[in-house]
Write a protein that binds this ligand. Structure first.
Ligand code: 3PG
Length: 398
């Protein structure tokens, strides 16, 4: 069901699950992309005359209230973006949430405190999760699932709630799924997939699935040193997952068998320490000094990656190419991001880290075809996994 199919929402209490899990520096939001992405659905429901109760998580608190993970600053930002006051409940399903839910007027918006302050939210025990979902359901008449970044979680506010209230899919989830569907089902070719980030082990499923679909697979970031080791290179003190070297070798062989072009860097930026002011030098991948670590792909590699990206009609990118937070090791990520902005076709930036990276490096959202709000969720979608938060809306089990 879509929001339109819910009928007249005037005076209805609508519980919306949004993904407002933003990076914070103290109380300051350092990237409000997920809040901005959540606005259209909330605004639409408010304009339709609904009483909008927003539920979300922030970080990974341990099932008890923890002020460091309060959604209050996020609720304030949401109010600024909506251009209307946003009520805030100090609890999620307690007396204050109940009072606000009962008293709010048509078109008003309230944010409930972090759902993960309640142990039932993330419990593996169906009954415990269900009991918390019952309390959430008691606050509202209808549920709208709009937190794309959490649809891969079988959690009370994402999954169980949808079996307790009439449920609809929100516009953000619809838009995200439509784009990811294009990447898996019918990509225009050439199709290039760019993967970075620190660990190969986080990307196994996505490499497995996309190796069959992509024309070119470009690999950078910390995970590349496991691939370079698989090619027989010495990688110094770089990040290395020794237990994944055989897996990486398997991917290199499979790519060759399938005719997929797998591109690894030919040069890397190395430094003796993982520090912003460590002296950085560029070396060929077969000349990494034993006492140095690779912290970015080198300029020749970045140029080669950029050429493949610009020549593609569909590009999916997840994971920074280097330690982009430190200027000396940001060039590879910046060059890749720039190339994505020049794609004549669909360019998709997936993942919390990559989205934060492009914004931190000065790019704007409208320079890309799509910036996904989902990190783990978009990867799991591309792996072909069943996402509980989507399956439950289809009436399927997860
Ligand atoms: C994310 O940051 O990818 C989502 O908000 C999900 O958060 P989680 O990994 O803590 O479930």
């Amino acid at each position: 069901k879509t929001i339109d199919e819910l009928g007249d929402l005037t005076g209805k209490r609508v519980l919306v699950r949004s993904d407002l899990n933003v990076p914070l520096d103290g109380p300051t939001i350092t990237d409000d992309g997920r809040v901005r992405a959540s606005v259209p659905t909330i605004e639409r429901l408010a304009r339709a005359g609904a009483k909008v109760l927003v539920m979300a998580h922030l970080g990974r608190p341990k099932g008890v209230p923890d002020p460091a993970f309060s959604l209050r600053p996020v609720a304030e930002r949401l109010g600024e973006l909506l251009g209307q006051p946003v009520l805030f409940a100090n609890d999620t399903v307690g007396a204050e949430a109940q009072r606000i839910s009962a008293a709010m007027g048509d078109g008003e918006v309230a944010v409930l405190e972090n759902v993960r302050f309640n142990p039932g939210e993330t419990s593996k025990d169906d009954a415990e999760r269900g009991a918390f979902a019952d309390q959430l359901a008691a606050l509202a008449d209808v549920f709208v699932s709009d937190g794309f970044g959490v649809v891969h979680r079988k959690q009370a506010s994402v999954y169980d709630i949808a079996t307790r209230l009439p449920a609809a899919v929100g516009g953000l989830v619809q838009a995200e799924v439509a784009v990811l569907e294009r990447l898996t089902a019918t990509p225009d070719r050439p199709y290039a997939v760019v993967l970075g980030g620190s660990k190969v082990s986080d990307k196994l499923g996505v490499i497995d699935n996309l190796l069959e679909k992509a024309d070119t697979l470009l690999i950078g970031g910390g995970m590349v040193f496991t691939f370079l080791a698989a090619q027989g290179h010495r990688v110094g003190t770089s990040l290395l997952e020794s237990d994944q070297i055989d897996v990486a070798r398997g991917y290199i062989e499979r790519a060759a068998e399938k005719g997929v072009e797998l591109v690894l860097p030919t040069d890397v930026v190395v430094a003796p320490r993982f520090e912003a002011d460590a002296p950085a030098t560029t070396v060929a991948v077969d000349a990494i000094p034993d006492d140095q670590m690779g912290l970015d792909i080198g300029p020749d590699s970045a140029a080669a990656f950029a050429e493949r990206i610009r020549g593609a009609r569909t590009v999916f990118w997840n994971g920074p190419m280097g330690v982009f937070e430190m200027p000396a090791f940001a060039a590879g990520t910046k060059t890749v991001a720039q190339a994505l902005t020049e794609v004549d076709g669909l360019s998709v930036v997936g993942g919390g880290d990559s989205a934060a990276a492009v914004r931190q490096l000065g790019f704007t959202d409208d320079q890309f075809g799509h910036i996904s709000t989902g990190g783990g969720a978009s990867l799991e979608y591309l792996e072909g996994a069943t996402l509980p938060g989507l399956a439950v809306l289809d009436g399927a089990d997860a």
